[in-house]
Ligand binder design. Structure first.
Ligand code: COA
Length: 331
């Protein structure tokens, strides 16, 4: 039997670039509340959200993702032509096919890259980090741009009290490359399809352009809340144990920005030291699903709260119900 060659492996992978794109239009709680018989006070208290941003009519998940990706590549000191894989985590791309990643790679000029999307909803960014780590260390790739991007405002029912105030738009991206020391810990991940109706975008969505029926995300809020609060703390503990560092070594905890009450409950379960900064980007960004973790990382780094090399614990969770967590060193 023949033996085939395998790629030349890389000994380590890590994050070397970070970029974000926040659309211009700020949407206040008062604006959202007017349609759902709610109030600024209720929304702040139940979700932590003070305001969020919605993309313009001319913007798409792909165009925002491309803006974030270009910034991450520049931050890494690379050219778009150095990128060999473009991965996009999203569920609000305009087309069923081709992928958002194909569009992003074209928009940024990543002419040497393969391109594919990840469908893991709010867990998509952490799924992507795990995949990127494996692709690089196996030698299949050298420089990967991983984008989380969502234009959720196109898929919201503005009259739905359970979702209209939570979700928002934005994009974040990182560059993951072959490095000299390992900057991504083993990924702890999973999914429970028996709860697939807990957060779901109805089939109309894929036919939106054909039927002219608007498609909407729906969520069983309390069920999702109980699942996240009941299980994501242990997922984080497992990821931390597998990383080889202690909670006291962490500089920040950057969970998916689902809801501030969920974040606070996970922090309590983890019993994190006071010194660990907890990302609260949801306050001014809302829940941007796959984009929320890189957006929150960017907010912490640009405000000087974390710096290059700092260990941060990441956890993404949402529709699927899918989740993933790992520790990463800040790019
Ligand atoms: N504004 C004002 N009042 C509202 C409201 C709104 N948008 N939505 C519900 N209410 C009212 C209800 O009418 C109910 O009133 P009642 O007690 O007089 O009957 C009360 O608030 C509680 O309703 P409930 O549906 O039980 O709300 P909740 O406390 O579960 O809060 C969420 C709703 C969505 C904030 C909460 O379930 C949640 O945070 N879920 C997790 C969502 C999440 O993070 N998803 C993202 C995962 S990726």
């Amino acid at each position: 039997m023949s033996t085939l060659k395998s790629p030349t492996t890389h000994s380590a992978a890590g994050l070397i670039g970070l970029g974000a794109y926040r659309p211009e239009r700020v949407v206040t709680n008062d604006e959202v509340a007017a349609r759902i018989d709610s109030s600024d006070e209720w929304i702040r208290e139940r979700s932590g959200i003070i305001e969020r941003r919605y993309a313009g009519a001319d913007e798409t998940a792909a165009s925002m993702g491309a803006a974030a990706a270009a910034r991450a590549i520049a931050d890494a000191g690379l050219q778009p032509t150095d990128i060999d894989v473009v991965m996009v985590a999203t569920f609000t791309h305009r087309f069923q096919t081709p992928s958002a990643a194909a569009e992003v790679s074209h928009l940024i000029g990543a002419t040497n890259a393969s391109a594919f999307d990840i469908s893991a909803a709010c867990a998509g960014f952490c799924y992507g980090l795990g995949i990127a780590d494996s692709l690089i260390r196996s030698g299949t790739a050298k420089n990967i741009v991983l984008v989380g991007t969502e234009k959720l405002s196109d898929f919201l029912n503005p009259d739905d009290r359970g979702t209209a105030f939570i979700f928002a738009d934005g994009a974040g991206a990182v560059v993951i490359s072959a490095t000299t020391t390992q900057g991504i810990s083993p990924t702890v991940w999973g999914a429970d399809g028996s709860a697939m109706d807990a957060i779901i975008m109805e089939p109309d969505s894929v036919q939106a352009g054909i039927t002219h029926e608007p498609s909407h995300i729906t969520m069983q809020g309390q069920r999702v809340f109980r699942w996240a609060v009941g299980s994501m703390g242990d997922v984080c503990k497992d990821a931390l144990a597998q990383s080889g560092i202690q909670a006291t070594d962490l500089v920040a905890f950057v969970p998916h920005q689902a809801n501030l009450r969920i974040t606070n409950a996970i922090v309590k379960h983890l019993d994190l030291p006071e010194s660990v900064i907890v990302a609260k980007d949801i306050e001014y960004t809302g829940n941007t699903s796959a984009a929320s973790i890189p957006l929150a990382l960017d907010a912490l780094r640009s405000s000087g709260q974390i710096k290059t090399g700092d260990p941060v614990l990441l956890v993404g969770f949402g529709a699927g119900l899918a989740y993933a967590a790992q520790v990463a060193l800040t790019p």
